[in-house]
Design a protein around this ligand. Structure first.
Ligand SMILES: *Cc1c(COP(=O)(O)O)cnc(C)c1O
Length: 371
């Protein structure tokens, strides 16, 4: 047993002394929230870093998803993936919308565009796909379907910070894209999130919605919510941005080490990141297939016994939770690929400070079971 446990992720924290000047400035200004100077700077810096036009910061990714649906006035039914973190579907329920689950593609583990059309009904108003593990969806096929049926697209891009395809930021696709800056994500503000908007008008309406629907001192134009990011969190974001490129390079090295060491292990497959021009190495999922001598759960327990704590993201499927399993689209028969992935997946530890010697240890353990 190792003396220190290794978890699937470890939040990235820049040196504490670098944060002190930001705190001093907040104490000096006495502006704590409501779109203060750090909030404005972070919006501008993120637009530049991510290569997008407009960003509205939020207190977390879930409130951003709920607000994105409000902003586009999405109602009725929304097609989404069961293979995600539960917040994706919860944001629909919080808007009184019925989630309709559609199966995923076995290679990307993202919503399978070929299965979307069959799930469209007269009540369908939008599609909410997820760029799972930061691997981009088949955005063109999804856009084509949305255009044909006049549907909105809101991407849950919680995993996709900084990911680029051949044409630029993955966040430019769809009507809106939603980011999470939670502690466990590639870029964090402790808690935080954002909506990437295509134009200034949309950003203005989203900015109103996240501030109770206020316009000026005495006018309220919408039943808005409190979704504002504080100055403290925005300052953390500005500091994190200074270190993000280095953190991504460290993640890249961990990712490469896993791929190299696992490539000849029978029954273990790594999810490809070759579709993206700039990946973000947010997660390291492996699929433990039938040809591997022991089950995913036995491997999971074996690693835990060594003090290594991988996670079964995403098991169970969202469609298996009590508030969803009664839906017709939640039936296992409808979701064979997602069911299989959920039984086979194991996300291995990946974070900037993870030592390659730990990757060696983990991959040797995995290979030893197959020897
Ligand atoms: C993290 C996450 C969210 C929720 O983001 P929070 O900032 O934690 O509210 C939503 N969707 C997915 C896919 C996530 O991984």
């Amino acid at each position: 047993m190792r003396d220190k446990s290794i978890y699937v992720t470890q939040p990235y924290l820049p040196p504490l002394e670098e944060f002190i000047p930001y705190l001093e400035e907040i104490w000096e200004n006495k502006v704590l929230t409501n779109g203060g100077p750090f909030h404005q700077q972070l919006e501008a810096s993120l637009c530049e870093y991510l290569g997008v036009e407009h960003i509205a910061l939020f207190t977390n990714g879930t409130i951003a998803l709920v607000t994105a649906l409000q902003a586009l006035r999405v109602t009725g039914e929304v097609i989404t993936t069961p293979y995600s973190f539960v917040a994706t579907s919860h944001s629909l329920l919080w808007n009184g919308i019925k989630p309709v689950f559609v199966d995923i593609d076995p290679n990307t583990l993202n919503l399978d565009p070929e299965k979307i059309e069959a799930a469209i009904t007269p009540q369908t108003t939008a599609i909410m796909p997820v760029h799972c593990y930061g691997h981009p969806c088949d955005v063109e096929s999804i856009q084509r379907i949305a255009d044909n049926y006049n549907l909105k697209i809101i991407y849950d891009a919680a995993h996709a910070f900084g990911v680029e395809d051949a044409g630029g930021s993955t966040l430019r696709h769809g009507d809106l894209s939603v980011l999470s800056f939670h502690a466990t994500k590639v870029f964090n503000t402790f808690e935080g999130g954002a909506i990437v908007c295509p134009d200034a008008k949309t950003k203005t309406s989203i900015d109103r919605l996240k501030n109770f629907g206020h316009v000026g001192e005495t006018t309220v134009v919408a039943p808005g919510i409190n979704g504002k990011m504080s100055e403290f969190n925005a300052a953390l974001g500005l500091l994190q941005l200074k270190h993000i490129d280095k953190a991504l390079l460290q993640r890249k090295a961990v990712d490469a080490a896993y791929r190299e060491r696992l490539k000849n292990v029978k029954g273990i497959s790594c999810v490809s990141n070759e579709a993206e021009k700039t990946p973000n190495y947010a997660y390291f999922p492996i699929l433990v297939q039938d040809s591997y001598p022991i089950s995913r759960d036995v491997l999971y327990q074996g690693l835990k016994d060594q003090g290594i704590h991988p996670r079964r993201y995403f098991y169970p499927l969202i469609s298996e939770f009590p508030m969803y399993r009664g839906l017709k689209s939640a039936d296992k028969i409808n979701l064979p690929v997602a069911m299989a992935a959920s039984q086979q997946v194991l996300c291995l530890p990946i974070y900037p400070d993870l030592d390659i010697s730990v990757v060696d240890e983990i991959t040797q353990f995995i290979a030893a079971q197959a020897a």
